[in-house]
Design a binder for this molecule. Structure first.
Ligand code: ATP
Length: 565
C-alpha cells in the first residue's frame, strides 16, 4: 500500500447543494472536521426560473443557456457559506461537479474524498481519476468505502464497494486523516457497538462477519500489505481487512450455492453480489433448466408476459437466471421464427441490456435463458412500492441500440417501466426484445406492426405511428419520454395510448412554466433531487414532441446529460 503524501491532510467533501438534507450532512462534517477543506459544488434548477421556458426554443441553444444560468447560480451561492470559512473550512462552489472535485483534490493533494449520496453517479469517474481514498455517504448516513488506500494506477476495470460502515464515521473523535482510518478500523474491531443488527444489507452483514473472529486474524498478515499498512488493536490492517472482506463476500456467496468459478465472474450488482458469468455454450440442456428452476415450480415464477412464463433459477455453477418459457409450443412456423428472432436481437451486448445467456429447445418447448436482474422492474418501484425517485433515466442502452449497433439501428419498440429491470444499485437494464426490429432503409421502418396497439407499446409512440403504423427510432425516444413523465406518478393503465397522450398534455404546460414540483407524486415527499427532476422534465419535454423530427436523438440526450451533470 502506498502512503499518502506527507503534506496531505485534507478531506474533500463533495455535496450537491440543491438537496435539503445536504445542509445537515455538511454541518455534520463541518462541526467535526477542523482544518479540512470542504468543497461544495452546487447546481440547481431554481436558478433557471427565467422568463423563457423550454417551449419553442432550439434544443441546443437552450442547453447553452442552462449552463450559463447554472454557473451564475454557483457563483451566487458562495457567500451564503462564508460562515464555514471562519471554522477553518474552505468552501468552493462550482460546476460541473465532477470536474471541480477533481480540481480541488489535485489542488489540495487531498487524502480522502467523501461524496454525498447524490454524487454516486460520478463514483466511477472519481475512482478512475483520483489516487486518493474515496467514500460515499448513503441515504441513511452510513458510509461506503470505495477505496481505502492510495493507488498509483487509477484506471479501474471494475467498481465495487470495499466495505460499508452502517453509520457515518464518527468524525467527532477524529483529528487527523489517520484518525479517520483508525475510526474505521475500530468500528470494525468492535462491531457490536457500531454495527446495527440489521441484516438487510448483505454487504453490511459480510462486513460484520469479517470484523472479528479467529479467521480474520489468521488472514491478516502485515507482510501481505506492505510496511505502511496501519494496524488496529487486534493487528488487522486496513487493506488486509478489505481483502478479507472481499473473500468473505465470496465465501458468503459460496455458502448460498455459488461455486468458486462463478465467484470470479464480474459483479452485476454491488448491492447483493449478483454476478454474471457467460457460458461457453449458448445451448442449455432441458434438465439443467429444470433443476435450476425446481422443475418450473410456482415459487420460482417471476411473472408472466405476452411471451410466456418467467422463472428464476440458479444454475449449478451459481449463476442466477431468468428462464422465459414460451407459451406456444412450436418447432417450426411463425412462432418458432419469433423465438429465433428474439434470440438474435437479444444478443445486443451492452452493460445496460439484459443479457441473453442462451436458449433451450426440447421437442416443442422453447426457453430463453437470461441473466437474472435482482431488484425487480422500474414499474414495481414506481407503482407497487414507490419510495424514492431514483435516477433510472439514463438512456445509454437506447443510444447503443440506435446508434452503435453494427448493421444499423435496432428499434426496441417496447420501452416501458416493466421492461426496465433494476439492480440494487438502481442501474437500469433494458429487457425484452420481443418487438424489436432492425431499422432498414431511411428514417422510417416500413413495417406494419402486428398485434394490438395497446399491447404493442406502452408509450404509444409517435402519433404518426399510431395513425399509419410506421415506426422510427423516434418511437423509442417518445416512449422513453413517457417513462420519464410517469416517473413517480401512477397514470392508470399505462398501456392505454389515450392516457399516455393526456399525460403529455397534462405535463407539458407545467414543464413550460417550470412548475416542476407539481409533476411529482406527493407520495415521494421530499425524497427526490430537484436538479435531477429538472433534467428529467427537460428530457421528457423534448422526447415527447409531437413531431418526431423535433425529438433529440439518444446520442444528443446522452451528450447533453453528461455535459450538464
Ligand atoms: N431477466 C430478468 N430478471 C429478473 N426478472 C425478470 C427478467 N425478465 C423478466 N423478469 C420478470 O418477469 C416478469 C415477466 O417478464 P416479461 O418480460 O415476460 O413481461 P412482459 O414485459 O410483460 O413480457 P412481454 O413483453 O413478452 O409481454 C416481470 O415481472 C419481469 O420483471
Amino acid at each position: 500500500m502506498d502512503s499518502p503524501p506527507a503534506s496531505a491532510s485534507y478531506v474533500v467533501v463533495a455535496c450537491d447543494a440543491t438537496r435539503e438534507r445536504t445542509e445537515h450532512e455538511i454541518k455534520l462534517v463541518v462541526d467535526h472536521v477542523q482544518e479540512r477543506h470542504v468543497f461544495l459544488p452546487s447546481v440547481g434548477y431554481q436558478t433557471l426560473t427565467c422568463p423563457e421556458s423550454f417551449a419553442g426554443t432550439n434544443f441546443r441553444a437552450r442547453e447553452d443557456e442552462v449552463k450559463k444560468k447554472v454557473d451564475a447560480y454557483a457563483t451566487k451561492l458562495l457567500p451564503s457559506y462564508e460562515d464555514f470559512e471562519s471554522e477553518g473550512v474552505k468552501v468552493t462552489a462550482g460546476f460541473p461537479i465532477k470536474q471541480v472535485v477533481l480540481q480541488e483534490v489535485t489542488k489540495y493533494n487531498a487524502s480522502w474524498v467523501i461524496l454525498d449520496r447524490h454524487l454516486r453517479r460520478d463514483l466511477r469517474y472519481h475512482l478512475n481519476k483520483m489516487p486518493c481514498k474515496i467514500a460515499l455517504v448513503k441515504y441513511d448516513l452510513s458510509l461506503d468505502i470505495w477505496r481505502s488506500h492510495y493507488v498509483h494506477e487509477t484506471k479501474i476495470t471494475e467498481t465495487k464497494c470495499v466495505y460499508s460502515l452502517p453509520k457515518f464515521v464518527s468524525l467527532a473523535d477524529c483529528h487527523s486523516v489517520e484518525d479517520i482510518e483508525d475510526s474505521i478500523i475500530s468500528c470494525k474491531s468492535y462491531p457490536h457497538s457500531i454495527f446495527s443488527s440489521d441484516s438487510s444489507s448483505t454487504i453490511r452483514s459480510y462486513t460484520k462477519q469479517s470484523s472479528y473472529g479467529n479467521r480474520s486474524r489468521e488472514n491478516s498478515s502485515l507482510s501481505d500489505f506492505g510496511s505502511s499498512s496501519k494496524q488496529d488493536r487486534s493487528g488487522i490492517s486496513i487493506k488486509g481487512e478489505c481483502r478479507l472482506i472481499t473473500s468473505q463476500i465470496d465465501q458468503k456467496q459460496n455458502q448460498s450455492g455459488f461455486l468458486p468459478k462463478h465467484s470470479d465472474a464480474p459483479l452485476l450488482c454491488t448491492g447483493c453480489g449478483t454476478r454474471l458469468s457467460i457460458k461457453e455454450s449458448m445451448r442449455f440442456s432441458y434438465s439443467d433448466i429444470q433443476s435450476a428452476t425446481n422443475d418450473f415450480s410456482k415459487d420460482k415464477l417471476l411473472g408472466e408476459g405476452g411471451y410466456g412464463h418467467v422463472y428464476n433459477g440458479v444454475l449449478k455453477d451459481g449463476q442466477q437466471i431468468a428462464a422465459k418459457v414460451r407459451k406456444e409450443e412450436s418447432s417450426h412456423g411463425p412462432g418458432f421464427l419469433n423465438f429465433i428472432l428474439r434470440c438474435v436481437l437479444s444478443f445486443s451486448r451492452h452493460k445496460n441490456i439484459v443479457m441473453l445467456l442462451g436458449y433451450c429447445c426440447k421437442e416443442k418447448k422453447n426457453i430463453l435463458i437470461y441473466e437474472y436482474i435482482c431488484n425487480k422492474s422500474l414499474h414495481w418501484h414506481l407503482f407497487v412500492a414507490p419510495k424514492v425517485c431514483h435516477r433510472h433515466w439514463d438512456c445509454k442502452e437506447l443510444r447503443f441500440l440506435h446508434e452503435e449497433c453494427r448493421g444499423g439501428p435496432i428499434i426496441h419498440r417496447d420501452m416501458r417501466p416493466s421492461n426496465r429491470l433494476l439492480t440494487h444499485d438502481f442501474v437500469p437494464m433494458l429487457g425484452d426484445f420481443g418487438l424489436a426490429k432492425w431499422k432498414t432503409g431511411d428514417d422510417t421502418l416500413q413495417t406494419r406492426i402486428m398485434g394490438t396497439l395497446g399491447s404493442y407499446n406502452f408509450g404509444i409512440p409517435n402519433l404518426k405511428y399510431a395513425e399509419d403504423g410506421i415506426v422510427s427510432v423516434g418511437t423509442d425516444v417518445y416512449s422513453y419520454g413517457i417513462i420519464l413523465l410517469i416517473s413517480g406518478r401512477q397514470v392508470g393503465n399505462s398501456k392505454n395510448p389515450e392516457q399516455q397522450q393526456s399525460l403529455r398534455l397534462w405535463a407539458e404546460p407545467m414543464i413550460e412554466k417550470l412548475a416542476l414540483h407539481e409533476l411529482i407524486d406527493t407520495r415521494l415527499g421530499e425524497s427526490y433531487d430537484t436538479y435531477e427532476l429538472y433534467l428529467m422534465a427537460k428530457d421528457a419535454y423534448f422526447c415527447v414532441q409531437r413531431k418526431p423530427e423535433m425529438r433529440p436523438s439518444m446520442g444528443e440526450m446522452h451528450m447533453i446529460n453528461t455535459r450538464v451533470t
